[in-house]
Design a protein around this ligand. Structure first.
Ligand code: URA
Length: 240
């Protein structure tokens, strides 16, 4: 699927809206090979505003929170449910609640934190883990400096969050570490991805479903996504 984009080739024919390229499962998302592109107009509109270099940090943060809320809706759409007995003011009934232990959002520091608030606004009881990774400037490999996750991961579903899926090194390193704790499942949510990053994750973890608002064209020589939106951390926190 992504072969023609490998090796830094510049093929602008990657048209995620093409019905031939991705099967349309719903009007709001396209699915192929464990990649879900959230094509909802609100998500796409907000992403365009975020890409604009003239958008301020404060607007960027607000938009990211709003998009994350919308993406939370998609990523939680297949959560297991169970029936419980309750009593309305009028009578007893059987009604549905989410099954099992609380979800875990795992943020890859620091940019992942930009997605957390939006996710937590719709799943307020979720547990939160953090993984600190920095990118070695020479090898571009991810080096871990912090790791703190909730207990009982074997009974929990994990949603790993990071706004940019670029080389995939951070995502792969994070998934590897999380898998050591044997969670029930892992999904990955990002805002912008690229073919190389998706391929890197799925080469090692084909079962991990990736949710993204866009699959951009390629990486540049510094491993930034093109056209992308720049450095997500800097844009969230105003550090540049
Ligand atoms: N990280 C970012 O913040 N932006 C990119 O384009 C790639 C990695």
């Amino acid at each position: 699927m992504f072969d023609k984009l490998e090796g830094g080739s510049h093929d602008s024919s990657l048209d995620v809206s093409s019905a031939n390229f991705l099967k349309v499962k719903s009007m709001k998302s396209t699915f192929e090979k464990n990649v879900c592109v959230v094509t909802h107009p609100l998500v796409q509109h907000k992403l365009t505003l975020m890409r604009d270099k003239n958008t301020s940090s404060s607007s960027f943060r607000t938009l990211l929170t709003e998009i994350s809320t919308l993406m939370a809706y998609e990523v939680t759409s297949d959560l297991a449910m169970q029936d419980i007995e309750i009593e309305t003011p009028l009578e007893k009934m059987t009604s549905k609640v989410i099954d099992g232990k609380k979800l875990v959002f795992v943020s890859i520091l620091r940019a992942g934190n930009g997605i957390l608030d939006g996710m937590l606004s719709v799943v307020p009881n979720a547990r939160v883990g953090h993984i600190g990774l920095y990118r070695d400037s020479k090898t571009l490999m991810a080096i871990e400096y912090y790791f703190k996750l909730p207990d009982n991961l074997n009974e929990r579903d994990v949603i790993l969050i990071d706004p940019m899926l670029a080389t995939g090194h951070s995502a792969v390193a994070a998934i590897e570490r999380i898998k050591q704790l044997r969670p029930r499942s892992i999904k990955f949510v990002c805002l912008v991805s690229c073919p190389q990053g998706i391929q890197a994750v799925h080469q090692q973890f084909p079962e991990v479903m990736i949710y993204t608002a866009a699959i951009d064209r390629q990486l540049n020589e510094k491993a930034y996504i093109l056209p992308g939106l720049g450095d997500a951390g800097d844009r969230i926190f105003g550090t540049k």
